[in-house]
Design a binder for this molecule. Structure first.
Ligand code: ATP
Ligand code: MG
Length: 278
């Protein structure tokens, strides 16, 4: 192991001024080096942020034009081959728009806006939004929520993004299942923690990949299907909520993602109910 040090020496003189010895001082610079590296990393990320923000503005402007014209062609009642091709153009444009939005959120995370909410309501809402996929891939949805709903301090939009990412990942994984496709959301309360678990019986995640899935740009999907930003954004949002995310997975068995949120204490909830009634 090498340790970066700042080395200095100074002579020790006797009364006549003759050198009797030296004092050597080695100052450990590990901490300073670490801080310098972190600063450099932050500066690089900041300039990448400015670059992505500028670029995405340009690309989004073009994508909006492409989407608008594609929609006009579809609305004009065109059918046959042209319709099919235009649908593909619209789908690809929408997909690219999503990637740009993810990149933007990654380089410029939005501040969390807190409000007291029941996350199960948002899970239900996102399942409703993704219902076309649920029906298309014939996925059996199960929900197990406690009778007494628990509240957390959360940001609705950021949490929608979290639930959407986990559901889209699970549904994409389930696509490869030949047999029954199942997806289950469980909510539970453990002391001051509220846990939401998202389980699928898809192909599972290889042990060696489990430590990488939260890294930005890690993907096992084909180019054009995944960018590898979903889980890294999800991880960041969970941190903003002072929560945590964990994965449990076994190849061939399926995958469970656990989200842990700090619960809003009961006294605060009763205040909220009074405020809601007023
Ligand atoms: N439920 C799941 N079952 C199996 N593998 C999963 C599941 N969820 C995530 N993964 C694995 O984790 C990887 C990273 O997921 P992440 O959501 O960050 O990126 P992505 O889905 O590949 O792309 P993006 O979300 O940006 O469209 C995926 O490529 C996949 O290999
Ligand atoms: Mg994803």
């Amino acid at each position: 192991m090498t340790i970066p040090v700042f080395f200095s020496s100074s002579p020790i003189h006797d009364r006549e001024g003759k050198v009797q010895g030296y004092i050597y001082v080695a100052q450990d610079l590990t901490e300073r080096k670490l801080l310098e590296d972190q600063l450099l990393q932050a500066q690089k990320l900041a300039s990448l942020g400015r670059f992505v923000a500028g670029l995405s503005h340009e690309i989004n402007a073009s994508l909006i034009v492409i989407l608008r014209y594609a929609q006009q062609i579809l609305e004009s009642g065109t059918d046959g081959g042209i319709r099919q091709k235009t649908e593909i153009v619209a789908k690809r444009a929408e997909h690219s728009h999503k990637i740009i939005q993810d990149l933007l959120t990654f380089v410029r995370p939005r501040q969390k806006r807190g409000e007291i909410l029941n996350p199960c309501d948002l899970v239900d809402e996102m399942l409703e939004v993704l219902n076309p996929d649920v029906e298309k891939f014939k996925i059996k949805i199960e929900r197990d929520y406690p009778d007494v709903p628990s509240k957390i301090d959360g940001d609705e939009d950021l949490l929608r993004e979290v639930f959407m990412n986990l559901m889209v990942n699970a549904f994409q994984a389930l696509e490869s299942n030949k047999g029954e496709r199942r997806f289950k959301v469980t909510a539970s309360v453990e002391g001051q923690k509220m846990r939401l678990s998202f389980a699928d019986n898809g192909p599972g995640i290889d042990k060696k990949d489990q430590s990488k899935i939260f890294e930005p740009f890690f993907t096992t999907k084909e180019v054009g299907v995944g960018t590898g930003l979903g889980l890294s954004l999800t991880y960041g949002i969970m941190k903003q909520h002072e929560g945590a995310i964990q994965v449990e997975s076994e190849l061939g068995q399926g995958t469970v993602f656990h989200l842990d949120f700090p619960r809003v204490p009961n006294e605060l909830k009763s205040d909220l109910r009074t405020a809601e009634k007023a």
